[in-house]
Design a protein around this ligand. Structure first.
Ligand code: IFM
Length: 471
């Protein structure tokens, strides 16, 4: 491409925005919904900054019609949301609650009426508490319950939702939930991390089979990962090996069985002192390896990793290349995370769009022919409203501009990218950070729950309308 050529996207490129149930819905105790692990965790003192919780969140459960109007006004082509398992099947077992399913049916119908493609994710971390009490993801039975739940939702919404995802970022559910404990359910058990990862994978395979048996034939089923862009600190063999370890633990533990039908041998070696992997049964890898219609990739920042010298403090390993947690089962004392230089978002994550092109090209090569979607990308910034209530967020616009440019670059090099979902539509509950970090292109006043599109929303809307990036 020559320097000044406009960066045009294909006319059928899906321009969307993403959210998740616990982060926006609220209505935590309404219409039969029971607690999920995030309700329990956020109500446990000391777990979430400021003692915040998702009881009300952005109150999307009551305001979804207004939110659909917002999306429509911005010209969004797609909306990625997740279903709250404990809203539609409160105990994680047995029949569905009709009111819970009706909520999602009304949401989907509203989207379809405005020509917005619904993209449904079955699991974005809010496991019913009853299933956690029975063992959670480290228990094999949870994978079987997930397949039943998938079938229930599939039967209810399969006639109107064409794009399905089993999981969002299973890395976080396993490693942050059961390893570092900074996410619900807050357990810190190294072997449970591996069991959880395996049962999340298995549940993906079982749920995909269950969905295929109830959904119309042309339904598109996929999964969303947050693969690490793992960069060695130096070219030394030791640092390269550290980057390999982290790639195995964060990415290939999920992508290899899902895309290729086998766990990586190096992963099993690296984790041998934590587990003998006896939880992996004959036939599991084949079950996990289901044909897929698309692959979702979430990207925020790369990780820079070196081999640890004795006693080295790590600078961060929260799955997004920063902060203080060490969920690195079997490798925590062998790797060190570094804070790469450069501008950062409010999360402390360095802004580096080249990682996004790298990621897209990696999976373009690794899974040829599989359509790719960026299912999340965006930034938290310190947004300030002016006197008239308008939020000028030039940092977010620059972030989006840079990352959409990286998507375009990857496509120009052959990556089959079909769409982009900005994280996030609304300011929301940012997990252990509570409401202190704002990712939305629409500002939410958490006192009044009033929504106000930020300047970035208007910018994104113009990009969508033009189908190309400004210079
Ligand atoms: O808010 C989260 C989302 O739930 C999963 N991906 C990363 C986002 C930002 O941390």
């Amino acid at each position: 491409m020559t320097e000044n050529q406009p960066r045009v996207f294909p006319p059928d490129f899906l321009w969307g925005a993403a959210t998740s149930s616990y982060q926006i819905e609220g209505a935590a105790r309404e219409d039969g919904r029971t607690p999920s692990i995030w309700d329990t965790f956020s109500h446990t003192p000391g777990k979430v900054l400021g003692g915040d919780n998702g009881d009300v969140a952005a109150d999307h459960y009551h305001r979804f019609r207004e939110d659909i109007e917002l999306m429509s006004g911005l010209g969004l082509g797609g909306y990625r949301f997740s279903v709250s398992w404990s809203r539609v099947q409160p105990t994680g077992r047995g029949p569905a609650v009709q009111r819970g399913l009706d909520f999602y049916r009304e949401l989907v119908d509203g989207l379809l009426e405005r020509g917005i493609v619904p993209s449904l994710t079955l699991f974005h971390w809010d496991l019913p508490q009853e299933l956690e009490d029975a063992g959670g993801w480290p228990a094999r039975e949870t994978a079987e319950r997930f397949a039943d739940y998938a079938a229930l939702v599939g039967e209810a919404l399969g006639d109107r939702v064409g794009m399905w995802s089993t999981h969002n970022e299973p890395f976080c559910a396993a490693f942050l939930g059961y390893g570092s404990g900074v996410h619900a359910p807050g357990r810190t058990e190294p072997e449970s991390v591996l069991k959880a990862a395996h049962h999340l994978n298995l549940s993906h395979g079982l749920a995909t089979q269950a969905l295929r048996s109830v959904l119309p034939k042309n339904t598109q089923i996929g999964i969303t990962f947050n693969p690490v862009v793992s960069r060695p600190y130096s070219e030394s063999p030791a640092d390269k090996d550290a980057a390999r370890r982290i790639d195995a633990l964060q990415t290939r533990i999920f992508t290899d069985p899902v895309l290729h039908g086998a766990y990586p041998a190096d992963l099993k070696q690296d984790t041998a002192r934590v587990s003998d992997w006896s939880f992996l049964r004959d036939g599991d890898e084949a079950t996990i390896h289901q044909p897929l219609d698309w692959l979702g990739l979430n990207y925020y920042t790369p990780s820079v990793v070196s081999a640890a010298a004795d006693g080295d403090p790590t600078e961060g390993a929260d799955g997004h290349g920063s902060s203080e947690h060490s969920p690195w089962v079997g490798s925590a004392d062998l790797v060190r995370f570094h804070l790469a230089p450069g501008e950062r978002t409010e999360m402390g994550w360095v802004i580096d769009p080249t990682g996004l092109s790298e990621l897209l090209l990696r999976f373009h090569r690794e899974a040829p022919g599989l359509p790719l979607y960026i299912t999340e990308n965006g930034g938290a910034f310190e947004d300030k409203a002016d006197e008239s209530g308008l939020v000028h967020d030039p940092d977010r616009i620059a972030y989006l501009h840079g990352h959409l440019g990286a998507v375009h670059d990857a496509m120009a090099q052959g990556a089959d990218v079909r769409g982009y979902f900005l994280w996030s539509l609304l300011d929301n509950f940012e997990w252990a950070y509570g409401y202190s970090k704002r990712f939305g292109m629409v500002h939410v006043d958490f006192e009044t729950l009033q929504r106000t599109p930020k300047a970035s929303a208007r910018w994104y809307s113009e990009v969508i309308a033009a189908g190309q990036l400004p210079d």
